[in-house]
Structure formats: C-alpha cells, structure tokens
Design a protein around this ligand. Structure first.
Ligand code: ADP
Length: 492
C-alpha cells in the first residue's frame, strides 16, 4: 500500500501545532504496519535550511493566480521524518521568513490561496501519474484546508488515486473570495454551493469534504460534534450529508519523542517503574529554578498546574484567566504557562504574572524543550478548550503523570476519565472533566483536583493510572490501514 501524505507542516522541520506532530508520527506508525509512505511539504525556507541531501526529481509548470510557476520537486534522503520526504519548491511562494501561514508580523500571507493551490496542484500531478517520481500512490492522504483542493484536483488526472481528507480543525477552513477563485483559474463548475462555494466565498476545506473518497477527523466525539451547528462552523449541514464517508479516528502520540524515561529535554528521568513521584518532584524543582526561584520544600509541596498551547479562544485561555485570581487567592497553587497567540491574551497573562509574582510563571513564545519540561514538572495540566478535535497535550500529560483538567469535548472527552469516586475506586480515573465551558465549571474541576492532591495515596493512584494509558499509534494506524484498503479497492 503506497500512501502520499500531503500537509503544510511536519515536526521536527516545521510545526505550529498538533498537525505537525501527526505528520511526523502517523507515517512512521503506518510504515510499521507495512505501508510505504512518503510525505510531501512545501519547500519553505525554514525547511530547506535544514536539508543537506537534496536532489531534483523533476520540474513542473504549475498554474498560480494569474501566473505560471516553474516548480521544482525535490527529494531528500535526510531522515528527519523517518520516511522519504518530497518538497514542492516554488521560491516565489515559499522562500520566505516566518511561519507557514503568517508573515513574521503575525498577519496571514496575502497570497495564501495561491500558495496552497500551487502546492495542491503539484501534489495532484504527482499523485495522478508516475512519470516524474516513478512512484504513484494508491492513496493520497491530505490534511487540513491547505490541501483541501487535492481531492478535487486529482479527479482531473488520468489515473487518480483514492483520496482521504483529514480534518484536524474545522475552524480553519481556507476561505477565500470569488475573485480569488477566478484568479486561480479553477474549473468554473466548481463554483457551486454543492461543491466549493461557501456562503458567497469558496472554501478549500469544503472542497476536501466534497471531493475526497473518505473524510476522517481526529477523534470519534469530534466526528459527531462537527455535524451539529454548535461545532460545525457552517459546515455541519454538508458534513451531515457526507456522514456516510466520515469517520473519527483518534490521534496517537509518538511514545519515543514523548517518554519521561528517556526524554532528552528533561533534567530527571522517571517511569512507572522508577520513581515517578520523586522524578516529577525533581523536575518541578528544576523548572522552578529555571524560572528564577529558590524553591523550598513547601514550594515543592505546592501543586503546580501547567498550560501549554496556542493563545486563542478555542483553547479556553480566557476561562483560565477569569478563574485564576479567585483560585490564587483561595488556594496554595502555582501556574506555569507556555504559549503564544493573540496579543490581548498575551497581555492579560503578563498582567497576571505581575500580579502574582513567583506564583504565575509565564513564557510567551514557542519552545519544544520547555513544553516537555512543563509536562514533566507539573502536577496538573489545564486544558479548558471550548472545542478540541483531538488534543495532544492531554495525552502527553497522561504519559508524564500529570492528570489533565479538561472540558468534556472532542478528543478530551474521548481520552480523559473523570476522577469521580466510582472511577477512582475502579482504578479508571485519569483526570478531571467538566461539562460547561465556564470559569465556574473550570474552578470546580480544579478545586476537586486540588482536594485530591492533598490525599497522597489517591493522587498516586491517579498518576499511576494516567501513566498506564496507551495512546500510541498502533490501534489508530490499523484503522487507517483498513480505510486505505477499503478506498483503494473501490478505486481499483
Ligand atoms: P493544536 O493543534 O490545536 O494547537 P494540540 O494539543 O493538538 O493543539 O497540539 C499542540 C501541539 O503544539 C503540542 O505538541 C504542544 O506541545 C505544541 N505547542 C503548542 N504551543 C506551544 C508552545 N508555545 N511551545 C511549544 N509547543 C507548543
């Protein structure tokens, strides 16, 4: 089974969120199941800078917005991803500073529609004939809006492979104007409410939904939620109509990259078998020192709650900001935050850190290393997301013995078991779950957590159960393999 993974980011080369993690870890897991996987990314400047062994597989002429691009297809034998990597090199579009979607000043690149249309056209050409690469996938597996046009574009090729489209986050829909649609010279008949038109604009995500042979999303609960108006971002109707080809498959985590027994970012290693409580305490001490504190034993007894993520409304950071002052005044609690995003949230966090020096520790920015250290050092992980397609941080938290406090949505509902007395008794509890996205409900869940934290035996049991969960990729990779077999058999 030959699979081409088309995406806009892949850890460790270029990552802005969970998508990057998945494009690194899922292909490896599929390879273990016997698939032959290649990943294709845009040749961003940042990616090219990390490559040492590139060769040109060929050239394509690709239509952009009112102009043609001479595109080089690059192959690399660098093993950053553990599977072969292809790059679509269109310098006018991708040889830039900044992140894949944003100018360094934080606004969307003005030509994102053209950038990802050219990328998608190149992917479709390579998928639909074997001339250039002497390799043709049985399935092209596309991810998020940036590759939403691929299933439509491959349908124009002579020998289209089957296509799978995975929605990692429905709220990023690749919506552009009619004028943009025309400039891209896409087939006119695609401008239709049954196809790509979306409330007067067009949406690349909708193109993926309509044209793919099968759609997946990254947790079973999110697959249900997105068919409702509350979570559907305007796509709930079309997703209900397409539900015969929609499946929720839970994301896994890479258990080598995220392993507290071997994690090279951690000052102290620990595992279920070896000193997990003591190991976490030592990591806590190291993190507090790194933050400029001289922690006493009492400081180390104080529960430390962690938050890592994009600072956007989705992640419920405003709920945490609202809940925090009263919590801090009432309880002995410390918070460590790592994130970047909307300026007003960054400012509010700065103010909170100034109000509670030594108790609210905030790092604004992006740091893979600090993310690992926070997971290991924290006693609790706070993830009050308003919606969460899957969420990876709660899975990393479980593995690092850091019970997550989560809102019961999407993948959070599918992966965290609330510490009710019955669940604790049955040895099932792994965290704290609340039902309404409100500061009060979050406060309630955090207060339950703080109370249990003061019961060392019960807390240890919770930590043990959390660390015993297996959210590796094996099970989900097998579900994808079955899906690939099914869709490619229909094509054949
Ligand atoms: P999303 O994809 O919606 O951002 P996920 O929980 O699925 O959320 O994945 C987020 C990933 O990005 C995790 O690997 C997390 O550790 C990482 N991450 C988010 N923000 C930061 C940051 N500021 N620094 C380091 N890693 C971050």
């Amino acid at each position: 089974m030959k699979i081409l993974f088309a995406a806009s980011e892949a850890y460790p080369l270029v990552k802005t969120g969970g998508l990057g993690d998945v494009i690194y870890s899922l292909p490896r897991a599929l390879q273990k199941e016997g698939a032959e996987v290649r990943v294709i990314l845009p040749a961003y400047r940042l990616v090219l800078e990390q490559m040492s062994q590139l060769h040109i597989a060929g050239w394509l002429q690709v239509q952009g917005a009112g102009r043609m691009h001479d595109v080089r297809i690059l192959e690399t034998s660098d093993r950053h991803l553990g599977v072969p990597l292809l790059l679509v090199d269109a310098p006018a579009l991708f040889d830039r500073p900044g992140n894949p979607y944003l100018h360094p000043d934080g606004y969307n690149w003005h030509d994102n529609a053209e950038r990802f249309t050219v990328f998608s056209r190149a992917v479709a050409r390579l998928s639909g004939n074997a001339d250039l690469l002497e390799w043709k996938p049985d399935v092209v597996h596309c991810h998020d809006w940036q590759t939403g046009l691929v299933p439509a574009l491959v349908s124009l090729e002579a020998e289209p492979p089957a296509s799978i489209y995975t929605i990692h986050n429905l709220s990023y829909a690749g919506v552009f104007s009619h004028e943009e649609f025309e400039r891209l010279d896409l087939p006119r008949e695609w401008w239709s409410t049954h196809l790509m038109e979306f409330f007067g604009n067009f949406s690349m995500l909708k193109a993926g939904i309509i044209f793919a042979d099968h759609i997946t999303t990254v947790s079973p609960t999110y697959a249900e939620e997105i068919q409702t108006p509350g979570f559907g971002y305007g796509f709930d109707g079309v997703l209900r109509a397409m539900k015969h080809k929609l499946t929720g498959i839970l994301n896994g985590i890479d258990q080598e990259v995220w392993n507290p027994a071997t994690d090279s970012y951690l000052p102290y290693h620990y595992s279920l078998k070896h000193h997990y409580m003591a190991g976490k305490r030592k990591n806590k001490e190291a993190l507090l020192r790194q933050s400029g504190l001289e922690p006493s034993e009492q400081d180390l007894d104080t529960p430390l709650a962690g938050f890592i993520g994009r600072l956007v409304e989705q992640k419920g950071i405003d709920l945490l900001l609202d809940a925090l002052p009263a919590l801090m005044d009432k309880h002995d609690l410390r918070l460590v935050v790592l994130g970047s995003g909307e300026h007003h949230f960054e400012n509010a966090l700065r103010e909170l850190a100034a109000l509670y020096p030594e108790r609210v520790l905030v790092t604004l920015g992006y740091s893979e290393e600090l993310a690992h250290r926070i997971e290991a050092a924290s006693d609790l992980f706070v993830m009050p997301s308003r919606f969460e397609p899957c969420g990876l941080n709660q899975l990393y938290s479980l593995r690092y013995g850091t019970p997550p406090v989560v809102h019961a949505v999407g993948g959070l509902a599918d992966t965290v078991v609330d510490a009710t007395p019955e669940n604790i008794e049955a040895g099932r509890a792994t965290g704290f779950v609340f039902d309404h996205p409100s500061p009060e409900a979050l406060t309630g869940a955090l207060e339950r957590a703080l109370e249990l934290y003061r019961q060392p035996n019960t807390w240890r049991r919770l930590v043990r159960t959390a660390m015993s969960q297996d959210f590796g990729w094996t099970h989900s990779a097998r579900q994808y393999m079955e899906l690939y077999e099914r869709v490619s058999a229909v094509r054949a």
